[in-house]
Design a protein around this ligand. Structure first.
Ligand SMILES: Cc1cc2nc3c(=O)[nH]c(=O)nc-3n(C[C@H](O)[C@H](O)[C@H](O)COP(=O)(O)OP(=O)(O)OC[C@H]3O[C@@H](n4cnc5c(N)ncnc54)[C@H](O)[C@@H]3O)c2cc1C
Length: 676
């Protein structure tokens, strides 16, 4: 058998972004021997790139803010498809997690009276994003790493070994989860520098691997986002929830081509930036959907007054949720009113009272990014921006309180888990999601380990199979280059499963993915000159990542074809309305068929009805826009019945699992008062 190094832990956390670090800290605080595994360098997770801030209803800038308002905004942003228990926990616990970070040493920007400053962001009713300039993710990671070092120093004092209870495995990629019967027993990985194999034996594994953006051609995501956690979970028998919901951030750079997709933070719009088309018009006023009409300004004057007097004016439409803004930009470009390089203009020129100096102070990273990458000085010129694949709302189906997936011993948190953000995530809600649910998953994993009667074991056969799979690209001779196959996969997802979707194109995408499956199975690589041919071998790494990107792409395309409505990050050209019937349906993916070439299988699963006290937080008129008559509180339903109501159950009673597609489609037609 190939040489494999073995290590034993209580809890293994895969991923060293915000979710992984917070989960690992918690597992260690609970006394568990914990490993953090990261395929990138320690400190270079995706979380580092987060710019705008972390959303928490601390009420520092507007005292009217509280968890109930944050909960409402999150549910509205997700178009009521959120796992409401997760949204509730998030809204309630986010302030504590931000204060905890400060306690651990994070240096947030301050208000004049010395509180943590909070900024405006799309979809948030009040200024809510705790931030550090536009480099908040960096501070989060720096602080979590500092806490880890502090814990390691504690362990050194107690055990004479810094890594006695918390060890970081940087540049180490997990390719398989291992199981003993039904239960998790560890993870199989290779070390990127040497290509050598390592097995981590552990009864509990927390997935915190982030997103899937590298399956798309234009993306704000970095090379790490290849859907590994999503795919590892599927391959281990867990389920993925609502994978059709992919967020296209409205403002990515569109020029020059080498930087296309790189994010332009929403803070630009939160800090008075406006969107204009080639005719110089602030076009967002034309795109305020019915469901948001009450909260958004209809004139430029009111929108501009809002920045200084938010209590007496409505918000600018540039701060609508991301899905709305992305679709609006898409429509302007399609109508021929785009910028020279296929985007629209975003400008802060002349918009800040302190002029150029204030722009540089409030948006230092954006100023630097445009100057260095596009030779544009944002204090003097507009930016050209367009939609870019940014975030996946779909992910591993978990228990909201513990982060437990369906497979015993498996947990997930952060972007790779599903449910919290429903059909669309509000900006700033990810960073606090990482902290709230990272902590909960670490705790859940520790409690799971405590309750175990006996540790599961790792079999030689499982290791053999994992090693054989990892070495396969070297064994195949004369196969295709992984780079060529990856490029085609990305193009397919971009063109056919992108921001606006249609039945025919989704079917075409699935057929193309079927063909790509054969090609992925046939990619081959040659050994390199160092470390037995496997040291720092990017071609080999990509060959292994392709399995993951293909599986998540299939999950996204299948779910997108199934959901015959438009909601949040999922826009169907052929089903433009939002359907109250479809809101009750979660689409759940699992793997089926031949284990050597498994297929994604889709199931409709009923959404659990929201608790009455949470329903009571919304106005009747708003509820009627999202819920079916039978879901509404009795008095509201009676009123809705008299006035026609919304979301009549379609013929066939398509309410949940087993609902017919035709039935749900019926609901779309009856409920055209959508939010397109
Ligand atoms: C440019 C940009 C700006 C953003 N700004 C904001 C913002 O202002 N506010 C906000 O709330 N959200 C923001 N987001 C979103 C947010 O940053 C991410 O959703 C979040 O950081 C994800 O954190 P995570 O811990 O789930 O994953 P990550 O931080 O991406 O960490 C994933 C980790 O998993 C590791 N990994 C992956 N696969 C494997 C494997 N197979 N084996 C071992 N390790 C693996 C990676 O190396 C990495 O360490 C932004 C995103 C981008 C791209």
């Amino acid at each position: 058998m190939t040489e494999i190094e073995r290590h034993a832990y209580d809890v293994v956390v895969i991923g060293a972004g915000g979710a992984g670090l917070r989960a690992a800290i918690e597992a260690r605080l609970q006394g568990k021997r914990t490993a953090i595994i990261s395929k990138s360098l320690f400190g270079k997770a995706h979380t580092v790139m987060a710019e705008g801030g972390a959303a928490a209803a601390m009420g520092n800038v507007n005292p009217n803010d509280n968890w109930q308002v944050h909960f409402r905004d999150t549910m509205r942003g997700g178009k009521f498809l959120n796992n409401w228990r997760m949204a509730e926990l998030h809204a309630k616990e986010a302030p504590d997690r931000v204060w905890e970070l400060e306690h651990w040493g994070a240096l947030f920007d301050r208000t004049k009276d010395g509180k943590i400053s909070q900024r405006n962001f799309g979809g948030h009713e009040y200024p809510r994003l705790a931030h550090v300039g536009d480099r908040t993710g960096l501070e989060l990671i720096r602080t979590a790493q500092q806490k880890i070092v502090a814990l390691q120093q504690e362990d050194h004092r107690e055990h004479g070994d810094y890594e006695a209870r918390l060890k970081v495995w940087a540049e180490t990629t997990v390719t398989r989860l291992l199981k003993d019967g039904d239960r998790i027993s560890g993870a199989f990985a290779y070390v990127r520098e040497t290509g050598k194999f390592v097995v981590f034996e552990a009864p509990a594994v927390v997935l915190a691997t982030g997103g899937i953006g590298k399956a798309f051609k234009v993306t704000s995501n970095s090379w790490e986002y290849t859907g590994d956690g999503h795919s590892l979970a599927l391959l281990a028998g867990a389920t993925l929830l609502n994978m059709e919901f992919v967020q296209f951030h409205p403002t990515g750079m569109v020029w020059p081509p080498s930087v296309k997709g790189i994010l332009v933070t929403e803070s630009v719009r939160g800090d008075r930036g406006v969107l204009k088309n080639s005719e110089g018009k602030r076009f967002m006023f034309e795109y305020i959907p019915e469901v948001f009409k009450a909260q958004y300004a209809t004139t430029e004057e009111e929108a501009d007054r809002w920045y200084d007097d938010p209590d007496n004016n409505r918000r600018p439409p540039e701060l609508l949720p991301r899905d709305e803004v992305a679709r609006a930009i898409n429509s302007e470009v399609k109508a021929g009113r785009g910028s020279p390089h296929g985007g629209v203009f975003l400008t802060v020129v002349g918009r800040m009272p302190g002029g150029a100096e204030e722009i540089k102070r409030r948006l230092p990273a954006m100023h630097h990014q445009f100057k260095e990458l596009a030779d544009v000085d944002i204090t003097q010129e507009p930016m050209e921006v367009g939609p870019t694949c940014h975030y996946v709302m779909g992910g591993v189906e978990v228990d909201p309180d513990t982060g437990a997936a369906l497979v015993p011993g498996l947990f997930a948190a952060g972007e790779c888990s599903g449910g919290m953000h429903g059909s669309n995530r509000l900006g700033g809600n990810s960073l606090t999601d990482l902290l709230v649910f990272g902590r909960r998953a670490g705790l859940g994993a520790a409690e799971y380990v405590d309750a175990l009667a006996a540790r599961p074991t790792v079999s030689d056969e499982a290791l053999d199979a994992a090693a054989t799979e990892a070495l396969a690209p070297f064994e195949r001779k004369g196969g295709e280059s992984p780079y060529a196959v990856h490029a085609e996969l990305q193009q397919t997802m971009n063109d056919l499963v992108g921001i606006i979707r249609k039945e025919g194109e989704l079917e075409q995408a699935l057929a193309a993915l079927d063909k790509l499956r054969e090609r992925v199975a046939n990619v081959s690589v040659d050994p390199v000159a160092v470390n037995d041919g496997r040291g720092y071998h990017p071609g080999w790494h990509l060959a292994l990542d392709l399995r993951n990107m293909l599986l998540v792409s299939e999950a996204v395309a299948k779910a997108a074809l199934e959901r015959q409505e438009s909601r949040g990050g999922h826009t169907r050209d052929d089903y433009p309305g939002m359907s109250a019937e479809w809101r009750k349906v979660n689409l759940v993916c699992r793997l089926a068929g031949d284990p050597s070439s498994p297929r994604v299988e889709l199931k409709r699963q009923p959404m659990e009805p929201m608790r009455d006290d949470l329903i009571g937080l919304f106005e009747t008129d708003e509820l009627k826009k999202y819920l079916t008559a039978e879901e509404l509180p009795a008095d509201v339903a009676a009123e809705a019945g008299e006035t026609g109501g919304t979301g009549e159950a379609p013929a066939g009673g398509a309410t949940a699992a087993g609902a017919t597609a035709a039935g749900a489609a019926g609901a779309v037609e009856e409920n055209e008062e959508g939010d397109r």
